[in-house]
Write a protein that binds this ligand. Sequence first.
Ligand code: BES
Ligand code: ZN
Ligand code: ZN
Length: 471
Amino acid sequence: MMTSKGCNFELASIATCNHDFFPLHSGGPLKPGKSRVLYGVTEEFPVVAVVGLGEQNQSSDPIEERDETKEAVRTAVAAGYRSLGELGLRSIQVDPCEDGEAAAEGAHLAAFKYQDLKSKKKESPVITCFKKDDQGWIRGTTLAEGQNIARRLMEIPANILTPTNFAQEAVNCLEGLGVEVMPRTYEWAKARSMNAFLSVSRGSGEPPVFLELMYRGKGLVDEKPLAIVGKGVTFDTGGISLKPPGNMDKMRADMGGAACTIGSIFIAAALRLPINIRGFIPLCENMPGSIATKPGDVVVASNGKSIQIDNTDAEGRLILADALHYASQHKPRAIVNMATLTGAMAVSLGSGATGVFSNSETLWKAMHKAGTISGDRVWKMPLWKHYSSQVTDFGLADVHNLGKHSKDAGSCLAAAFLKEFVTCDHWMHMDIAGVMENKDEVAYLGKGMSGRPTRTVATLVELIASGQTGL
Ligand code: BES
Ligand code: ZN
Ligand code: ZN
């Protein structure tokens, strides 16, 4: 049950129900995820939103590969929140529906609105839980907050969220939680021969920033860190290989991997998880300026491998090459990278799941489990030599940024490219291009940039911290 108080009415309320519940004067059973607003049901809560949860105990669907009960709670509570959205309520109380974590996620994810740039902002109701001190509710609120941080960063227009301003936003989000945020300059990257990263920023007047983050779990001095790496292209025009203009504005979210890195580290720090984490975020713009990298140029990355750049729009893999090599040098227990890397990923899976590529069965199993819990799923893609040879078998340089037959299996070629720069036994590349934006596919997320898969990565961090994964 979800209840709202302190609205324009004297008293108000909302409720969720199982499959065969018939609200008073309803036209039949309430369908899962659907909501009806009832007035004058109780004195304390004159407005109640009743929402359908569907069948109980539907957790173990092997085809769906996610906890369907949790998902039903997220969807139902979000529907309840939305149906009360127009009523101008000052506060909403939510029934935890036996899963406070999922209920809090549904309510807080549905409540997200990007309105930083509006001079008149709409007031949002305060959301609370019926059950005081529900630990699941507190966790779910933090998980949703982390994802909402990522959504906000992805929405901010690129003239505002430059690499430098992204670094400032990271400080604002994380420093209060004890996370060290260390922005590195162009000179720092140059001194480390990060020429693949710097080749992308050449066409832009905005200086690049390499952002390093460090979160230490309490008392864990010597424990190896988990490394999280995020693609931070604050705007991707394609560079000299210029993109067509339609929908180019969406490329403000080409720092989605970076945003989800901030969101997941926020969650880990806010929940005080017992784990060490290092974040690595290469930030730059991909612009076609007068000294921009040109198709056919060759650069030598920080691991000494030469790269032929035949398409400057395949820039994500270039900035990640140096970031992954740098992350590997820290000898982490595992590396997870997130990147809006290839349009081909959206062709393969749409927004159904993040496509993941890994050299580690252990890491794959852990991430898959994390996706079943968060409901924001992953799907395993191949990281085979078949694709590696297509990016390395060239006469001019060691690696090619497009690869042979590059019209096919673009996501697999990009992953094979990244593999050339990793020296860590447990690495996973998450291609999040397909899940970057939500139209209406995930009911509890509104339309706009999704912040996916922040909660999945945060759940993985929690599984690793709890010692359940073997990582
Ligand atoms: N940022 C894009 C990928 C992308 C496309 C993300 C759509 C989100 C939505 C990436 O840098 C890119 O342009 N990739 C090229 C690679 C190609 C040139 C091999 C692509 O997907 O077309
Ligand atoms: Zn690109
Ligand atoms: Zn890009």
